[in-house]
Ligand binder design. Structure first.
Ligand SMILES: NC(=O)c1ccc[n+]([C@@H]2O[C@H](COP(=O)([O-])OP(=O)(O)OC[C@H]3O[C@@H](n4cnc5c(N)ncnc54)[C@H](OP(=O)(O)O)[C@@H]3O)[C@@H](O)[C@H]2O)c1
Length: 265
């Protein structure tokens, strides 16, 4: 049994006229955690999904689960720290499905700890992936999203940038990650003002502690005394993203901060 079978359940893709039916989405960081849960949730809404990340096997496993539910998808192996690849995944998704309606910039990396002990390679990786890749994928996607908004049946298109509570709230031992996520926040609002009049909604999603490889792996040190059974699940964030992009065309949910109820800060 592959890991997605349990969450996939018996729900087949809803290709029968929901708000996202017939749309195409590109989800970065789709090989695990929030990105994988989001791709699965969108596929169930009848969205054809392009899945981007480095781990091909994990992408293929998710692609199989989506296809087994009659969804359409393509796995795009890419290292988004490379700006050419961060742009190329957009073209690959459009080549495969002919259009792009939704870009979810979700891939991310965290290395926590005191700044004075930090590894500059970690800083670069966080800046390259959490921020620079978002710029490149977003710029490459804009012509396609603007076209979808102008000509597509929905009348809108969406960029969703997955930031973090750390993109709003600064804490020690999280300096560089927090800086990259604040940058995503500032960028998202400026981009929103530039394109919203042309029907491209830009939304920011800011998860709190969520059970994923990132938050539970070495170097995360993020638990802050909360038992893991009180954290959010990746599917909770996927639900927030789905809520954001299934609004009617005149309604733009610009920001969702979603914390576990037990998380104070
Ligand atoms: N979990 C939390 O508590 C939490 C809280 C706030 C915000 N977030 C944000 O949520 C987003 C998703 O993270 P997650 O929690 O779901 O963690 P995750 O399970 O570790 O997912 C991270 C994703 O990013 C991909 N990735 C990492 N480096 C990459 C690279 N160089 N090129 C392409 N893809 C790369 C990973 O795939 P590969 O390794 O296969 O490349 C993976 O699919 C991140 O932006 C993160 O900052 C998470």
């Amino acid at each position: 049994m592959h890991q997605y079978e349990a969450v996939a359940g018996t729900q087949a893709a809803d290709a029968t006229g929901g708000p996202l039916s017939g749309c195409v989405a590109l989800v970065t960081g789709a090989s695990s955690g929030i990105g994988a849960a989001t791709a699965l949730a969108l596929a169930r809404q009848g969205v054809a999904v392009a899945l981007a990340a480095r781990r091909t096997e994990r992408l293929e496993e998710l692609a199989t689960a989506i296809r087994e539910q009659d969804g359409a998808c393509v796995a795009l192996t890419a290292d988004l720290c490379d700006v050419a690849q961060a742009r190329q995944i957009v073209e690959d998704a459009v080549d495969r499905f002919g259009r792009l309606d939704v870009l979810v910039n979700n891939a991310g990396y965290v290395a926590m700890g005191a700044f004075e002990d930090g590894d500059p390679e970690d800083w670069e990786r966080m800046v390259d992936l959490n921020f620079t890749a978002v710029l490149h994928s977003s710029q490459a996607a804009l012509p396609h999203l603007l076209r979808a908004a102008a000509q597509g049946p929905r009348g809108v298109a969406d960029v969703v940038n997955v930031s973090s509570v750390g993109g709003r709230v600064v804490r020690k031992n999280n300096s560089v990650y927090s800086a990259t996520k604040h940058a995503v926040c500032a960028f998202s609002e400026a981009l929103r003002q530039e394109v919203t009049g042309r029907g491209v909604r830009v939304g920011l999603v800011e998860p709190g502690l969520t059970v994923t490889e990132m938050a539970t792996g070495p170097g995360s040190a993020a638990a802050r005394g909360m038992p893991q059974n009180a954290w959010l699940q990746a599917e909770d964030i996927a639900r927030g993203i789905t809520f954001m992009i299934t609004q009617p065309p005149h309604a733009a949910v610009n920001e969702i901060m979603m914390r576990p109820t037990a998380q104070e800060h």
